[in-house]
Ligand binder design. Sequence first.
Ligand code: 3PG
Length: 306
Amino acid sequence: MKVLLATEKPFAAVAVKGIKEVTDAAGYELVLLEKYTDKSQLLEAVADADALIIRSDKVDAEVLEAAKQLKIVVRAGAGYDNIDLEAATAHKVVAMNTPGQNANAVAELALGLMVYAVRNFYNGTSGSELKGKKIGIHAFGNVGRNVARIAQGFGMDVLAYDAYCPDEAMIAAAVTPVHSAEDLYRNCDIVSLHIPATAETRQSINRALVGMMPKGAILVNTARKEVINEDELIALMQERQDIKYVTDIMPDADMKFRSLFPGRYFATPKKMGAQTTEANTNAGIAAARQIVDFIENGNTRFQVNK
Ligand code: 3PG
Protein backbone atom coordinates (compact mmCIF):
# COMPACT_ATOMS: atom_id res chain seq x y z
CA MET A 1 0.00 0.00 0.00
CA LYS A 2 1.34 3.40 -0.96
CA VAL A 3 0.28 6.39 1.14
CA LEU A 4 0.96 9.83 -0.33
CA LEU A 5 1.26 12.76 2.07
CA ALA A 6 0.66 15.81 -0.13
CA THR A 7 0.92 19.06 1.78
CA GLU A 8 1.47 22.35 0.00
CA LYS A 9 1.79 23.82 3.52
CA PRO A 10 3.88 21.11 5.23
CA PHE A 11 3.41 19.58 8.65
CA ALA A 12 6.05 19.93 11.38
CA ALA A 13 8.79 17.29 10.98
CA VAL A 14 7.74 15.54 14.17
CA ALA A 15 4.23 15.05 12.77
CA VAL A 16 5.60 13.52 9.58
CA LYS A 17 7.71 11.19 11.74
CA GLY A 18 4.57 10.15 13.64
CA ILE A 19 2.68 9.50 10.41
CA LYS A 20 5.56 7.37 9.13
CA GLU A 21 5.56 5.31 12.33
CA VAL A 22 1.90 4.47 11.74
CA THR A 23 2.37 3.58 8.05
CA ASP A 24 5.61 1.63 8.79
CA ALA A 25 3.85 -0.41 11.47
CA ALA A 26 1.17 -1.34 8.92
CA GLY A 27 3.82 -2.28 6.36
CA TYR A 28 2.77 0.57 4.05
CA GLU A 29 5.07 2.84 2.07
CA LEU A 30 4.87 6.57 2.82
CA VAL A 31 5.69 8.99 0.00
CA LEU A 32 6.07 12.72 0.72
CA LEU A 33 5.08 15.56 -1.59
CA GLU A 34 5.63 18.63 0.54
CA LYS A 35 5.71 22.32 -0.40
CA TYR A 36 4.68 21.57 -3.97
CA THR A 37 4.01 24.61 -6.08
CA ASP A 38 2.17 23.20 -9.07
CA LYS A 39 -0.85 20.95 -9.45
CA SER A 40 1.02 18.87 -12.04
CA GLN A 41 3.29 17.62 -9.23
CA LEU A 42 0.27 16.34 -7.32
CA LEU A 43 -1.23 14.77 -10.47
CA GLU A 44 2.01 12.88 -11.04
CA ALA A 45 2.55 11.83 -7.42
CA VAL A 46 -1.00 10.60 -6.92
CA ALA A 47 -0.95 8.26 -9.95
CA ASP A 48 0.04 5.13 -8.01
CA ALA A 49 -1.13 6.11 -4.50
CA ASP A 50 -3.61 3.87 -2.67
CA ALA A 51 -4.25 6.46 0.03
CA LEU A 52 -3.80 10.20 0.24
CA ILE A 53 -3.35 12.54 3.22
CA ILE A 54 -3.90 16.24 2.53
CA ARG A 55 -4.53 19.54 4.34
CA SER A 56 -6.16 22.40 2.40
CA ASP A 57 -4.75 20.86 -0.78
CA LYS A 58 -7.35 20.74 -3.55
CA VAL A 59 -8.55 17.31 -4.55
CA ASP A 60 -10.80 17.94 -7.53
CA ALA A 61 -12.13 15.72 -10.32
CA GLU A 62 -8.83 16.01 -12.24
CA VAL A 63 -6.78 14.81 -9.26
CA LEU A 64 -9.20 11.94 -8.64
CA GLU A 65 -9.09 11.00 -12.32
CA ALA A 66 -5.28 10.86 -12.15
CA ALA A 67 -5.39 8.74 -8.97
CA LYS A 68 -6.20 5.41 -10.57
CA GLN A 69 -5.34 3.30 -7.48
CA LEU A 70 -6.82 5.63 -4.86
CA LYS A 71 -9.13 4.12 -2.28
CA ILE A 72 -9.17 6.81 0.40
CA VAL A 73 -8.34 10.49 0.87
CA VAL A 74 -8.12 11.91 4.37
CA ARG A 75 -8.18 15.64 4.97
CA ALA A 76 -5.97 15.98 8.07
CA GLY A 77 -8.13 18.70 9.57
CA ALA A 78 -11.74 19.79 9.85
CA GLY A 79 -12.99 21.55 6.72
CA TYR A 80 -13.28 19.39 3.60
CA ASP A 81 -14.53 22.01 1.16
CA ASN A 82 -11.27 21.41 -0.75
CA ILE A 83 -12.37 17.90 -1.76
CA ASP A 84 -14.83 17.36 -4.61
CA LEU A 85 -16.99 14.87 -2.71
CA GLU A 86 -19.19 13.97 -5.68
CA ALA A 87 -16.15 13.20 -7.81
CA ALA A 88 -14.68 11.14 -4.94
CA THR A 89 -17.88 9.10 -4.71
CA ALA A 90 -17.97 8.70 -8.51
CA HIS A 91 -14.38 7.36 -8.39
CA LYS A 92 -15.27 5.06 -5.45
CA VAL A 93 -12.87 6.93 -3.19
CA VAL A 94 -13.73 7.27 0.49
CA ALA A 95 -13.19 10.83 1.78
CA MET A 96 -12.67 11.51 5.48
CA ASN A 97 -11.67 14.36 7.77
CA THR A 98 -10.17 14.23 11.27
CA PRO A 99 -12.65 16.30 13.30
CA GLY A 100 -11.41 17.99 16.46
CA GLN A 101 -7.74 17.14 16.03
CA ASN A 102 -6.58 20.68 15.29
CA ALA A 103 -9.43 22.53 17.04
CA ASN A 104 -7.52 23.83 20.05
CA ALA A 105 -4.80 25.32 17.84
CA VAL A 106 -7.35 27.24 15.76
CA ALA A 107 -9.20 28.38 18.89
CA GLU A 108 -6.02 29.70 20.53
CA LEU A 109 -5.24 31.67 17.38
CA ALA A 110 -8.76 33.12 17.35
CA LEU A 111 -8.28 34.43 20.90
CA GLY A 112 -4.84 35.74 19.89
CA LEU A 113 -6.44 37.71 17.06
CA MET A 114 -8.98 39.12 19.53
CA VAL A 115 -6.28 40.33 21.93
CA TYR A 116 -4.40 41.84 18.98
CA ALA A 117 -7.55 43.68 17.88
CA VAL A 118 -8.64 45.05 21.28
CA ARG A 119 -5.05 46.24 21.92
CA ASN A 120 -5.11 48.23 18.67
CA PHE A 121 -2.70 45.92 16.87
CA TYR A 122 -0.01 46.65 19.49
CA ASN A 123 0.48 50.19 18.19
CA GLY A 124 1.27 51.69 21.59
CA THR A 125 -2.11 53.34 22.17
CA SER A 126 -4.53 52.53 24.98
CA GLY A 127 -6.75 49.60 24.04
CA SER A 128 -9.33 47.59 25.92
CA GLU A 129 -9.69 44.17 27.55
CA LEU A 130 -11.54 41.01 26.64
CA LYS A 131 -12.80 40.55 30.20
CA GLY A 132 -16.46 41.45 30.47
CA LYS A 133 -16.94 41.61 26.69
CA LYS A 134 -19.62 39.58 24.98
CA ILE A 135 -18.32 37.07 22.48
CA GLY A 136 -20.61 35.44 19.94
CA ILE A 137 -19.53 32.07 18.69
CA HIS A 138 -20.98 31.45 15.25
CA ALA A 139 -21.22 27.64 15.10
CA PHE A 140 -20.58 25.53 18.14
CA GLY A 141 -18.48 22.72 16.71
CA ASN A 142 -15.06 21.56 17.87
CA VAL A 143 -13.35 24.91 17.32
CA GLY A 144 -16.29 26.93 18.68
CA ARG A 145 -16.30 24.87 21.88
CA ASN A 146 -12.60 25.45 22.42
CA VAL A 147 -13.03 29.18 21.78
CA ALA A 148 -15.81 29.21 24.40
CA ARG A 149 -13.59 27.45 26.97
CA ILE A 150 -10.66 29.82 26.45
CA ALA A 151 -12.88 32.93 26.29
CA GLN A 152 -14.38 31.96 29.65
CA GLY A 153 -10.83 31.94 31.03
CA PHE A 154 -10.53 35.55 29.88
CA GLY A 155 -13.73 36.37 31.79
CA MET A 156 -15.81 36.91 28.67
CA ASP A 157 -19.55 36.44 28.48
CA VAL A 158 -20.02 33.68 25.90
CA LEU A 159 -23.04 33.36 23.55
CA ALA A 160 -23.36 30.93 20.66
CA TYR A 161 -25.55 30.30 17.66
CA ASP A 162 -25.62 26.97 15.88
CA ALA A 163 -28.72 25.76 14.05
CA TYR A 164 -27.49 22.16 14.33
CA CYS A 165 -26.51 22.09 17.99
CA PRO A 166 -29.00 21.58 20.83
CA ASP A 167 -29.22 24.27 23.54
CA GLU A 168 -28.32 21.67 26.19
CA ALA A 169 -24.81 21.22 24.77
CA MET A 170 -24.20 24.96 25.04
CA ILE A 171 -25.77 25.27 28.48
CA ALA A 172 -23.60 22.37 29.70
CA ALA A 173 -20.57 24.42 28.64
CA ALA A 174 -21.89 27.53 30.45
CA VAL A 175 -22.59 29.18 27.10
CA THR A 176 -25.79 31.14 26.40
CA PRO A 177 -27.60 29.80 23.34
CA VAL A 178 -29.22 32.25 20.94
CA HIS A 179 -31.55 31.14 18.21
CA SER A 180 -30.67 33.22 15.19
CA ALA A 181 -27.53 34.67 13.66
CA GLU A 182 -29.16 38.11 13.93
CA ASP A 183 -29.54 37.73 17.70
CA LEU A 184 -25.91 36.73 18.01
CA TYR A 185 -24.53 39.67 16.03
CA ARG A 186 -26.92 42.18 17.64
CA ASN A 187 -25.81 41.19 21.13
CA CYS A 188 -22.06 40.62 20.85
CA ASP A 189 -19.02 42.92 20.89
CA ILE A 190 -16.93 40.27 19.17
CA VAL A 191 -18.12 37.56 16.77
CA SER A 192 -15.88 34.58 16.06
CA LEU A 193 -16.70 32.60 12.91
CA HIS A 194 -16.59 28.81 12.98
CA ILE A 195 -18.97 27.89 10.16
CA PRO A 196 -17.85 25.66 7.30
CA ALA A 197 -17.88 26.89 3.68
CA THR A 198 -20.97 25.31 2.14
CA ALA A 199 -23.51 26.35 -0.49
CA GLU A 200 -25.64 27.63 2.41
CA THR A 201 -22.94 29.67 4.18
CA ARG A 202 -21.07 31.17 1.21
CA GLN A 203 -21.12 35.00 1.41
CA SER A 204 -23.61 34.75 4.27
CA ILE A 205 -21.61 37.07 6.53
CA ASN A 206 -22.83 40.26 4.94
CA ARG A 207 -23.48 43.92 5.55
CA ALA A 208 -26.89 43.42 7.14
CA LEU A 209 -25.60 40.89 9.67
CA VAL A 210 -22.31 42.50 10.71
CA GLY A 211 -24.03 45.90 10.62
CA MET A 212 -26.18 44.77 13.57
CA MET A 213 -23.15 44.58 15.84
CA PRO A 214 -22.74 47.26 18.52
CA LYS A 215 -20.21 50.10 18.40
CA GLY A 216 -16.59 48.95 18.48
CA ALA A 217 -17.46 45.57 16.95
CA ILE A 218 -14.76 43.06 16.03
CA LEU A 219 -15.28 40.27 13.50
CA VAL A 220 -12.82 37.38 13.80
CA ASN A 221 -12.48 34.83 11.00
CA THR A 222 -10.57 31.61 11.51
CA ALA A 223 -13.05 29.68 9.34
CA ARG A 224 -13.06 30.31 5.57
CA LYS A 225 -12.82 33.43 3.39
CA GLU A 226 -15.72 32.19 1.25
CA VAL A 227 -18.26 32.78 4.04
CA ILE A 228 -17.65 36.54 3.91
CA ASN A 229 -19.34 38.85 1.43
CA GLU A 230 -16.20 40.92 0.98
CA ASP A 231 -17.74 43.77 -1.04
CA GLU A 232 -20.44 44.26 1.56
CA LEU A 233 -18.01 44.07 4.48
CA ILE A 234 -15.83 46.72 2.81
CA ALA A 235 -18.86 48.95 2.26
CA LEU A 236 -19.92 48.51 5.89
CA MET A 237 -16.44 49.23 7.25
CA GLN A 238 -16.33 52.40 5.15
CA GLU A 239 -19.61 53.48 6.67
CA ARG A 240 -18.80 52.32 10.21
CA GLN A 241 -15.34 53.49 11.23
CA ASP A 242 -15.61 51.57 14.50
CA ILE A 243 -15.61 48.04 13.05
CA LYS A 244 -12.46 45.89 12.94
CA TYR A 245 -11.92 42.73 10.89
CA VAL A 246 -9.17 40.27 11.84
CA THR A 247 -8.75 37.10 9.85
CA ASP A 248 -6.57 34.03 9.48
CA ILE A 249 -7.73 33.58 5.90
CA MET A 250 -6.58 36.35 3.60
CA PRO A 251 -9.56 37.77 1.68
CA ASP A 252 -9.48 38.00 -2.11
CA ALA A 253 -9.71 41.78 -1.63
CA ASP A 254 -6.78 41.89 0.84
CA MET A 255 -5.12 44.86 -0.88
CA LYS A 256 -8.35 46.84 -0.72
CA PHE A 257 -8.94 46.04 2.97
CA ARG A 258 -5.32 46.90 3.70
CA SER A 259 -5.38 50.27 1.98
CA LEU A 260 -8.83 51.33 3.17
CA PHE A 261 -8.64 50.20 6.80
CA PRO A 262 -5.21 50.67 8.34
CA GLY A 263 -5.41 49.88 12.05
CA ARG A 264 -8.77 48.15 11.60
CA TYR A 265 -7.85 45.16 9.46
CA PHE A 266 -5.34 42.36 9.85
CA ALA A 267 -4.84 39.13 7.89
CA THR A 268 -2.19 36.48 8.48
CA PRO A 269 0.00 36.00 5.40
CA LYS A 270 -0.83 32.28 5.35
CA LYS A 271 -3.55 30.40 7.25
CA MET A 272 -1.88 29.72 10.60
CA GLY A 273 -4.69 28.44 12.82
CA ALA A 274 -3.81 24.75 12.62
CA GLN A 275 -0.11 25.37 12.11
CA THR A 276 1.22 24.05 15.43
CA THR A 277 3.34 21.00 16.17
CA GLU A 278 0.55 19.62 18.33
CA ALA A 279 -2.22 20.10 15.76
CA ASN A 280 -0.03 18.75 12.94
CA THR A 281 0.82 15.69 15.01
CA ASN A 282 -2.75 15.04 16.18
CA ALA A 283 -4.35 15.52 12.76
CA GLY A 284 -1.57 13.80 10.79
CA ILE A 285 -1.43 10.70 12.98
CA ALA A 286 -5.24 10.50 13.14
CA ALA A 287 -5.32 10.60 9.31
CA ALA A 288 -2.72 7.82 9.03
CA ARG A 289 -4.55 5.67 11.58
CA GLN A 290 -7.88 6.20 9.84
CA ILE A 291 -6.30 5.04 6.56
CA VAL A 292 -4.90 1.88 8.16
CA ASP A 293 -8.19 1.19 9.94
CA PHE A 294 -10.10 1.62 6.70
CA ILE A 295 -7.78 -0.53 4.58
CA GLU A 296 -7.43 -3.28 7.19
CA ASN A 297 -10.89 -3.25 8.81
CA GLY A 298 -13.16 -1.24 6.51
CA ASN A 299 -13.81 1.36 9.25
CA THR A 300 -15.64 4.34 7.66
CA ARG A 301 -16.51 6.22 10.85
CA PHE A 302 -15.16 9.56 9.66
CA GLN A 303 -16.31 9.29 6.06
CA VAL A 304 -17.80 12.54 4.74
CA ASN A 305 -18.97 11.44 1.26
CA LYS A 306 -21.59 8.92 2.32
C1 3PG B 1 -9.15 22.97 8.98
O1 3PG B 1 -10.16 22.99 8.26
O2 3PG B 1 -8.79 21.94 9.58
C2 3PG B 1 -8.35 24.22 9.17
O3 3PG B 1 -8.83 25.25 8.37
C3 3PG B 1 -6.85 24.03 8.98
O4 3PG B 1 -6.45 23.98 7.65
P1 3PG B 1 -4.93 23.68 7.24
O5 3PG B 1 -4.64 22.25 7.52
O6 3PG B 1 -4.85 23.99 5.78
O7 3PG B 1 -4.03 24.57 8.05
